[in-house]
Design a protein around this ligand. Sequence first.
Ligand code: AMP
Length: 549
Amino acid sequence: MSDNLIVRTPSAYSYPLIIKNMFLAPIVDNPDQEIVYRDSLRFSYREFKKRVRRLANALTAMGVKPGDTVAIMDWDSHRYLECFYAVPMLGAILHTVNVRLSPEQIIYTIDHAEDDFLLVNSEFLPILDQIKGRINTVKEFVILHDDENGPITELSIPIPIVGEYEALLAKASAQFEFADLDENTRATTFYTTGTTGLPKGVYFSHRQLVLHTLSTIAALGTSAKQGRFHQQDVYMPITPMFHVHAWGFPYIATTTGVKQVYPGKYVPSTLLNLMKTEKVTFSHCVPTILSMLIASPEFESIDLSNWKVLIGGAALPKKMCRIAKAKGIDIFTGYGMSETCPILTLAHVGNEELSDDADTEIRCKTGRSLPLTQIRVVDEEMNDVPADGESVGEIVVRSPWLTQGYLKDSRNSETLWKGGYLHTGDVATINADNYINITDRMKDVIKVGGEWLSSLELEDIINLHSRVVEVAVIGINDDKWGERPLALIILDSAGDAPKEKDIINHVRSFIDRGLMTKLALLMKVEYVDIIDKTSVGKINKKELRKKRQ
Ligand code: AMP
């Protein structure tokens, strides 16, 4: 312990890094700026602040107290944003329930997190009908309801419903004094389904969310020439708010005082329409959602030349990057995981003059570290691999906003934090300019004759074939090689399917240029109509492998 600690005047305010202080003193206080919910509601930040206080009064009246867990099951909405603030500012924990999990997994997460209260969109009442009586901890329910969804479904056995969200807010006072909290108080929790076993709970403190917000704002706002997030932006999430705080952007947007647009359930035509009518300039999503937007009929006719989109959750394929750039979209990559709040890196193009290909190359890399984040790529003995852009190792990380463990799971927590670094389970290279590039997840790496083959690099190459719409590469057992790659490919409908050897020849042209290992020639090809996705829209390689065992 240092003997040089600052002297605190007894009456000095020590200013904890808590969400309340971001709410009361944002970077930009923009009271007349708008918050929009689909085409049904819009109000100002001035009103937002009152609504958050009303919600705090309503929650307090129903018995929410510091230390309680308040769960929410909703699509992206203004209500969700209000909960991002009101619940943690009361000293309670916000559990953002992944509504795309199976009913059994939803019960598991609600029981495991020991949720005391549940705010549930009326659309999910049929799920609740299936699982009620089996949720052991929830004392009271609040219904979230969009009028256009018609009357609220009657449940077969009634549950204790305190009321409907808007009605509760209307009755509540707009005055509320939030108390100070220790900055290490738990603010949020949610579950990652990961690749094995039961969902695992991660959790984040006020301090972690404040630092994640400020650091991401700094990294985005200081970018030299692209992918900047600033006061004139109009933000709309396309990564759900139940998944890793929608990458932290609702906090980032509110702290920056920008216009925010919440789209409800993700329907391509609604998203594109809102982008057009509300003049959205900044979003984030996984590649599969962007490809869904690109494939929708409205895409061609919409001007997206002012749209910046951060792609993460999976690698950004070069083909997608090129299509987006041709449309004038400022597309680039970010990286993180549920365990990391999430953002760890961004792949911004710097000030240098680059050819179009080199520019695409950088936008598709995994990126460089955010401020305060220390990323290493290490071998099994925790030695740094050479920064040559070729040697591979595991990404391990230290940063102020990493989950300090898995909820009530000390064994997996120790594995996650082995040696004092958070182990991501992602395999990557690092180059001399400190750009990280993920080549695989450790569990997805294909070992052909003892050598590693990157499924992501192979996917990226196959994707560049003109007939390929989507591809997933997995390892399958092979008597001679141990494993060999299998490419599951969705083709466009432009004509007869290319022969397997045409696809292999396409890959061979990259091998000839030294851009892929020869082991890729052992690839088998299977044309499919659908590729399994996880609850957050990523390719589900675990499921694909299981089906082929
Ligand atoms: P999740 O916890 O569901 O958000 O998944 C996190 C995982 O997604 C990471 O460990 C990576 O394997 C993968 N991931 C996230 N961002 C990227 C990216 N930019 N490139 C490649 N993989 C990514």
